[in-house]
Ligand binder design. Structure first.
Ligand code: ATP
Length: 463
């Protein structure tokens, strides 16, 4: 069972997961807003990442660095010089494309990593390469295009006031390496984790929230002794792969992808991606796990004049640590989880007749709403009991209270929203002090004492 992009986009809008940004003005390409269900799910993804990367470990701490940093940071990091995509403009339609994408789509030749001159020549010579918009073959020379968004700090728009919106969160961690060392008693090997927005002026954003110009990253820089880096790299690849598996992503839709040596980023010794098999885009990156060596700390030491070293007390020596970096995108993970969880199936309705239902089989930890509470009737005293239960639960989780429509209709609405548990208060509850708890996936129902609901939910959600 696979779901099309159109279906997911309209589902996301209809149920309040994701809206086109500025829609009343016709929208803006590649910007999206998260609605009431989307925002909860996004928070849950961050929460799960932070829990496993920070809380569950005693060797990782967190920070939250500024988006606008000193412009020299991006010179030292190599982004001013090398954070480019190759841009080609059609002289007939005026459209702009990523040159390597244009070449690959027309010829199958993998042009990533070619020089602009090589790409220009290839485009001129190979007649299969045409402007997809109008079939034209008149292109301007390929040129590198820097993906960083530029802005100015202060009232004067002059070159010395240029600042950049960060294209990755990682640099905020490297420039705080010394601060964290001096203020938190960490010892190598240790990590610093951060979640936040990053910005890239992508030439061809697309595939809904998969590639946008503003997106959210979850990155962790893990500092290790040189020589132990390859082992730690393997460790983090496995840790991260398991994280996705634990969230219930179907194993056949996950794989590891090893970057070929000649295509590694300027700072990387080895990079392995965790990829998801999107029905509309094929295998695509959710997360990259890179061995960044000592590149960043070394460069920041050179550019800033601050020695970014680690003194190993046991060995009585100083060195620049190597860095293993798992870097994931919140938005891409959310899309993968939605696609993976989306099911349309036949299920018996209240009368036992088969009926079509849409159900999001999300892991309870990432489900936007953890449980819904239904009074069988709006009338007292049933509704008062249901309200009390709702009030009792709502401080711990996102809980939904719904007293309109038939119970069957209410179940269907929650199935679609991915709510894993529905709790119904009925007339019998007044006698036996029990409620019915229904499982979204199996649709099985069980009667349990009302006082047991809280513990049961906690157990079911953390399972
Ligand atoms: P791609 O090759 O898809 O452009 P990348 O290799 O440049 O991605 P990284 O620099 O490794 O990406 O960034 C780490 C993570 O940040 C990616 O795995 C992805 O989840 C997320 N990410 C990067 N660029 C975008 C974007 N434009 N939109 C949404 N998420 C992004």
């Amino acid at each position: 069972q696979t779901v099309s992009m159109e279906k997911i986009v309209s589902f996301c809008k209809r149920r309040g997961f994701v809206y086109q940004s500025s829609e009343i003005y016709g929208g803006i390409r590649s910007s999206y807003d998260y609605g009431p269900l989307g925002v909860e799910m996004k928070r849950n993804i961050r929460e799960e990442w932070w829990r496993s990367m920070v809380y569950m470990r005693d060797d990782v701490v967190g920070i939250d660095a500024a988006i606008i940093m000193h412009p020299r940071v991006w010179e030292a990091s190599g982004h001013v010089e090398t954070f480019n995509d190759m841009l080609v403009e059609s002289r007939t339609s005026g459209r702009r494309y990523r040159a390597d994408h244009l070449i690959e789509e027309a010829t199958g030749i993998d042009a990533e990593g070619m020089s602009p001159e090589e790409m220009t020549r290839l485009i001129e010579e190979d007649e299969r390469i045409k402007d997809p918009a109008d079939g034209g073959r008149d292109f301007a020379p390929v040129r590198p295009f820097n993906l960083m968004f530029e802005t100015y700090t202060g009232p004067v728009k002059s070159p010395e006031n240029i600042a950049y919106l960060r294209p990755e969160t990682a640099q905020g961690i490297f420039v705080n390496f010394k601060n964290v060392l001096q203020t938190s008693r960490v010892k190598v090997p240790f990590g610093i984790a951060q979640i936040g927005k990053s910005f890239r002026n992508e030439i061809t954003p697309g595939n809904f929230i998969f590639r946008t110009r503003e997106f959210e990253q979850m990155e962790m820089e893990f500092f290790v002794e040189p020589g132990t880096d390859e082992e730690w790299h393997e460790y983090w690849i496995e840790e991260r792969r398991e994280w996705y598996a634990r969230l219930g992503i179907r194993p056949e839709n996950l794989r590891l992808y090893e970057h070929p040596k000649e295509k590694l980023s300027h700072y990387s010794k080895r990079t392995v991606d965790i990829e998801y098999n999107f029905p509309f885009a094929g295998w695509s990156e959710l997360e990259g796990i890179a061995n960044r060596t000592d590149y960043d700390l070394r460069r920041h030491s050179e550019y800033s004049g601050e020695k970014l070293e680690y003194f190993d007390q046991a060995k009585n020596e100083s060195y620049i640590p190597y860095v293993i970096e798992p870097a994931a995108g919140v938005d891409r993970i959310l899309l993968a989880l939605l696609v993976d969880a989306y099911h349309e199936e036949e299920a018996p309705n209240a009368k036992g007749e088969p009926e079509k239902r849409t159900v999001l089989k999300l892991h309870p930890r990432v489900a936007p709403t953890k449980a819904a509470v239904f009074p069988l009737t709006k009338k007292e005293p049933v509704s008062a009991v249901a309200r009390r239960l709702y009030d009792d639960l709502k401080g711990d989780y996102r809980i939904f209270y719904d007293d309109s429509g038939s119970i069957g209709r209410r179940y269907r609405r929650q199935d679609e929203a991915g709510t894993p548990f529905c709790i119904t208060v009925d007339f019998d509850t007044l006698e036996d002090k029990k409620v019915t708890i229904r499982d979204r996936d199996t649709m099985e129902q069980e009667r349990i004492p009302i006082e047991a609901v809280r513990d049961r939910l906690a157990k079911l959600i953390s399972a």
